[in-house]
Design a protein around this ligand. Structure first.
Ligand SMILES: Cc1cc2nc3c(=O)[nH]c(=O)nc-3n(C[C@H](O)[C@H](O)[C@H](O)COP(=O)(O)OP(=O)(O)OC[C@H]3O[C@@H](n4cnc5c(N)ncnc54)[C@H](O)[C@@H]3O)c2cc1C
Length: 393
């Protein structure tokens, strides 16, 4: 059997690529259903893009690589696709757009668009072998217990990263890339909770507050959540993508307040008030109890010298913690690293050394922040490769 294009992976990037590539295209996936990560994303409502998407919201060894694709398929392009399908959406916070109804609407939209251009979808199909053949590629697939041999001119690697193996994530794109001599950068989990030695934050599990999390490379002001295993919440997930094993992170528990000035003022007028009572006016009570032990906080406001108030302010705004690790690929929303962008054209996502071989989406070394940026990269990179394939006919 011959098809013009085989796309491995019916996820966000693969389906968008098929829609642009047009007919004579086969999309192959080993899962039972297409777009499973889309379906579960955003708590079932899919944070499908971000109004404020810019190249600065992405991590990559080459920070310029994502610019071309993002500029040619923007958040507004995806929003107009969603609008054409009558899918209602809303902005939740920080430019993050979610479906009003269900993430399944986004999957259904992509499947309908693929059907409209005549792209074929083979699910529950295993890739057994891939090899170069003439000017193109030959794949051996296993479908319904039967081997199928497919020749194609274009082969698109869109099988994503390693995050959430339980949902069928594999390193297939990396393996095929290596087979064709494309370099693959080391991968690590991103947008993932931090873990700490057992019991460290058990007393605080479930406590949430706005906080600033920083390390020398990045800083995020978003919600922080203490869990039985450690730290989670948007600010933690964001910083985790900039974190390396063994490094300390810095927590500012009171980013919006000049605590030193405030405590000095309160000392004047509320001197008899316990320091912990004053702190509990700005922080969750359970956290104040915890901090009282951690930093030896006691006494009335009137008992505190300026330098004691300054030390306390420093402790609460620069709380240095060293995570034991992260929850790993088991719960990570994304995979950092992957197929080296140096090997790809930023305009077409085609391998520079291998005509007809493309890599898109999370498999490539481009990783977005939390907030719809990863889907926007999947749409944009899929669109760029799809357009290039359509032009190559
Ligand atoms: C829980 C969770 C929530 C998320 N929420 C959001 C969000 O709200 N907004 C956002 O922007 N991003 C979110 N993300 C990230 C986003 O899902 C990914 O960045 C995006 O799906 C990547 O698209 P992709 O097409 O490259 O890969 P995927 O969507 O992962 O698709 C890859 C496809 O390849 C298939 N595949 C894998 N291995 C093989 C193989 N060996 N053979 C055949 N097929 C294979 C898979 O079954 C899958 O269908 C979330 C991720 C997770 C895990």
């Amino acid at each position: 059997m011959y098809v013009n294009t085989v796309i491995l992976g019916a996820g966000a990037a693969g389906m968008m690529c098929a829609i642009q590539a047009g007919g004579d295209c086969l999309v192959v996936d080993h899962a039972k259903a297409p777009g499973e990560k889309i379906r579960i994303s955003g708590g079932g409502r899919c944070n499908f893009t971000n109004l404020d998407t810019t190249p600065e919201n992405y991590l990559s060894q080459n920070p310029h690589f994502c610019k071309s694709a993002l500029a040619r398929y923007t958040q507004w392009d995806f929003i107009s696709l969603v609008d054409r399908h009558g899918i209602a959406w809303h902005e939740k916070t920080l430019g993050q757009l979610f479906c009003d109804g269900s993430a399944k609407q986004i999957v259904a939209m992509l499947v309908a668009e693929m059907a409209q251009v005549g792209a074929e979808l083979w699910l529950q199909t295993t890739v057994q072998q891939v090899q170069a053949r003439g000017d193109g590629y030959q794949l051996t697939l296993l479908r319904d217990g039967a081997q199928q041999c497919i020749d194609c001119k274009n082969l698109v690697l869109a099988t994503g990263g390693k995050s959430i193996p339980k949902m069928g994530a594999t390193g297939l794109a990396y393996d095929i890339a290596r087979q064709f001599d494309l370099p693959v950068l080391d991968t690590r989990p991103g947008l993932v909770p931090f873990t700490f030695p057992e019991g460290r934050f058990t007393a605080l599990a479930g406590t949430a507050l706005p906080a600033r999390l920083s390390n020398p490379r990045a800083s995020f002001d978003e919600a922080l959540l203490f869990t039985h295993r450690g730290l989670s919440g948007p600010s933690v997930l964001q910083l985790s993508s900039y974190w390396h094993e063994g490094e300390a992170i810095s927590l500012d528990l009171i980013p919006e307040i000049d605590l030193f000035t405030l405590l000095r003022e309160q000392r004047q007028t509320q001197g008899r008030r316990a320091l912990t009572t004053e702190l509990a006016r700005h922080l969750p009570g359970r956290l104040v109890d915890f901090l009282a032990t951690e930093f030896n906080i006691s006494g009335r406001l009137a008992d505190q010298s300026d330098s004691a108030l300054q030390s306390l302010t420093t402790a609460l705004s620069h709380w240095a913690l060293t995570p034991g690790g992260s929850e790993g690929y088991r719960t990570a929303e994304v995979t950092l690293g992957g197929i080296d962008t140096d090997a790809l054209s930023s305009k077409t996502l085609q391998a520079k050394s291998r005509p007809g071989l493309y890599a898109i989406g999370e498999a490539v070394d481009v990783t977005g922040w939390l907030g719809g940026y990863n889907f926007q990269w999947a749409w944009a990179s899929g669109h760029a490769a799809g357009c290039a394939i359509a032009a190559r006919r």
